[in-house]
Design a binder for this molecule. Structure first.
Ligand code: SAM
Length: 303
C-alpha cells in the first residue's frame, strides 16, 4: 500500500509526497523529525510535519540564502549561521575564502541525524577546519556572544516554537550589535503568497533596527506558493545597489560552482512584484523603507 507524507500547510491547503522508503522517524528534544526517500526528490527532511528540504531541490534555497550576501559584501571573513542543521548553508558558505563559520542550531541531535542521514547536503562541511559547531538557541547566542561577524544567516524554521524569537526585535537588535561595519543579516522569511503577515511583521522589526532593510526572492520547488522571501538588513551595505559589474567580477574570481545562483539571478532576485511590495513595505512605499518605527506584528498565519 503506497504511503504518503501529507504536509498540512494551512487549514485550506496541503501537499503530499510519496514515501518510497523511511530513513528515520522520531523525536528530538525540540521537534518531530521525519526523513524519507522519494523517487523524484531523493531524501526529504521534515520537521514537525513541515517539509524543510530535499536532496533534489535544496540548492535553490541554500545557494540563494548564501551567495547574494557573500558577493555583495565581497570580503566576508566570519559567518554566523543560525539554524541550518541540514548543513546546506554551511556547505555553501565554505565555498568562500572565509575565516570561520559558526553553526548555531538549537537541536544538536538533529545536526547529528542530518550529518549521517543527509550526506549529500552536508557534503563533508562538518569536517572543514573553519567550521565551529556551537549548538544552542540562536536568540541566546546573539545576546551573549562577544564575537563579531560580517554575515549572519538565519536558516531557521518558521516563526513558531523555538524559531519565533528569531523574527523579533531583540534578536535583530543583537544582530546589529555583533555585526561588523559593512556587515548584513539575511534570513529565510517564508512564502509571501501564504504568509503575508509574517513578512510584514519581520520586515518592520528589521527596518526598525537597521538603516536599511528589505527582501529578495527565490523559488524553492518544495515550498508551495511560488516565491520564497529572504529578508535582509544592514546599517551600511546597500545590498540591492551593489553594481552588477562588481558582482560579475567577484563571481568570476570566486569560481563557486553553483547550480542556481549566478550574477544575472543576483540582479533579478531584488525585483519584487507590486503586490508583494505592498505586503512587505506597505502600499505607500514602493521600495525598502529606511529606519521605520517597528510596528506591532499583526496576527499571522503560521505555516
Ligand atoms: N531550510 C529550512 C527552511 O527554509 O525552512 C530550514 C532548515 S533548518 C532544518 C531549520 C532549523 O532551525 C532546524 O534545524 C531547527 O532546529 C532550527 N532552529 C529553530 N529555532 C531555532 C533557534 N531558536 N535557534 C537555533 N536554531 C533554531
Amino acid at each position: 500500500m503506497t504511503e504518503w507524507f501529507k504536509e498540512l500547510l494551512y487549514p485550506f491547503y496541503a501537499q503530499s509526497i510519496r514515501i518510497d522508503r523511511w530513513i528515520f522517524r522520531g523525536k528530538t528534544k525540540f521537534q518531530k523529525v521525519a526523513i524519507f526517500e522519494n523517487e523524484g526528490l531523493g531524501r526529504v527532511l521534515c520537521l514537525d510535519g513541515v517539509v524543510q528540504t530535499s536532496e533534489a531541490d535544496e540548492f535553490y534555497y541554500h545557494e540563494m540564502l548564501t551567495h547574494p550576501a557573500m558577493m555583495a559584501h565581497g570580503h566576508v571573513k566570519d559567518v554566523l549561521i543560525i539554524g541550518g542543521a541540514d548543513g546546506g548553508v554551511l556547505r555553501e558558505v565554505l565555498k568562500h575564502p572565509i575565516r570561520k563559520a559558526v553553526l548555531v542550531d538549537i537541536d544538536d541531535e538533529l545536526i547529528e541525524l542530518c550529518r549521517t542521514l543527509l550526506p549529500t547536503i552536508w557534503a563533508g562541511a562538518g569536517e572543514d577546519p573553519r567550521t565551529v559547531n556551537a549548538p544552542g538557541d540562536g536568540v541566546k547566542f546573539v545576546a551573549e556572544t562577544k564575537d563579531k561577524f560580517d554575515l549572519i544567516i538565519v536558516d531557521s524554521t518558521d516563526p513558531m516554537g523555538p524559531g519565533e524569537g528569531l523574527f523579533r526585535l531583540p534578536f535583530f537588535r543583537n544582530c546589529q550589535r555583533i555585526l561588523r561595519k559593512g556587515g548584513l543579516v539575511v534570513t529565510q522569511n517564508g512564502v509571501p503568497f501564504y504568509q503575508p503577515a509574517e513578512l510584514r511583521a519581520a520586515h518592520d522589526y528589521r527596518a526598525g533596527v537597521f538603516e536599511r532593510a528589505g527582501y529578495y526572492l527565490t523559488e524553492v520547488p518544495l515550498y508551495a506558493g511560488a516565491h520564497m522571501a529572504l529578508g535582509w538588513a544592514s546599517d551600511t551595505l546597500d545590498f540591492p545597489a551593489v553594481p552588477p559589474a562588481t558582482i560579475r567580477k567577484r563571481y568570476a574570481a570566486r569560481n563557486l560552482n553553483t547550480r542556481y545562483y549566478n550574477p544575472a539571478i543576483h540582479g533579478a532576485c531584488f525585483a519584487i512584484p507590486n503586490h508583494f511590495q505592498a505586503i512587505m513595505y506597505g502600499p505607500e512605499a514602493a521600495k525598502p523603507k529606511a529606519r521605520a518605527k517597528a510596528a506591532k506584528p499583526k496576527a499571522r498565519r503560521s505555516r
